[in-house]
Design a protein around this ligand. Structure first.
Ligand code: HEC
Ligand code: HEC
Length: 165
């Protein structure tokens, strides 16, 4: 009964939010938590610990040059392969910062994006206040301009992964 109610609420929310976000694809962070996290833990931590970026290639320690091919036979299919590959590539390319600097107050970045942020004409806004995220960050937590760029880019990338076309 509880599950049914929750599922209905999620469905109603999904329908309500679709015109705003254009979200019809599968949320990659949800996919990871559902299909990969049991064995690999958090996606960002996994990417940074076990994968590395070399030029424009993402490499594993075991699957050095065949990672994309490996993923095809490893719990993923079709378009999901490139989408997950790109997410891991992005995560392996940058340092862990959200977890250290923001998650005290905002939990995980993907949950934060899902709960609070939304795209309007390709720009990221607060779902709650309607303010653009970049403008908000300029006055949040004494962030320097470089940090504002970093976090705007990070949250925008994650929003693309969460709200897939
Ligand atoms: C049941 C446990 C399990 C699940 C679920 C699982 N994996 Fe794996 N994964 C493994 C094991 C074990 C290896 C090491 C095998 C190997 O290197 O051949 C591995 C290897 C990998 C590697 C390569 C690491 C390297 O060093 O080359 C990647 C990338 C990867 N998994 C991604 C994923 C993704 C993405 C998902 C979800 C869609 C997933 N895995 C789900 C167990 C799992
Ligand atoms: C000490 C707690 C705290 C930390 C640490 C923190 N925030 Fe916040 N953040 C808040 C609070 C509280 C709000 C909402 C209230 C407000 O408007 O200030 C907020 C709001 C936001 C919003 C706007 C969301 C919305 O719904 O309008 C963004 C974006 C944001 N934070 C990003 C970040 C980022 C990125 C970091 C890490 C660099 C960070 N925050 C660190 C407390 C924190």
């Amino acid at each position: 009964m509880r599950l049914t109610l929750r599922t209905s609420i999620i469905l109603i929310l999904a329908v309500m939010l679709t015109p705003v976000t254009g979200a019809t694809g599968l949320d990659l962070h949800w996919l990871w938590d559902d299909r990969c996290a049991d064995c690999h833990g958090h996606s960002g931590a996994f990417a940074r610990q076990f994968l590395r970026v070399s030029g424009d290639e993402l490499q594993g320690w075991h699957h050095v040059h065949d990672l994309r091919l490996f993923l095809h036979n490893h719990y993923l299919a079709g378009k999901e392969v490139d989408a997950v590959y790109n997410m891991l590539y992005a995560q392996a390319s940058i340092q862990e910062r959200f977890k250290n600097e923001c998650s005290n107050c905002h939990e995980s970045a993907s949950k934060f994006v899902r709960d609070r942020l939304v795209f309007r004409d390709g720009v990221l806004f607060s779902r709650i206040t309607g303010h653009p995220v970049r403008g908000f960050l300029e006055h949040h937590k004494n962030l320097e301009p470089d940090d504002v760029d970093f976090y705007t880019e990070l949250l925008t990338r994650i929003a693309h992964e969460v709200y897939r076309p």
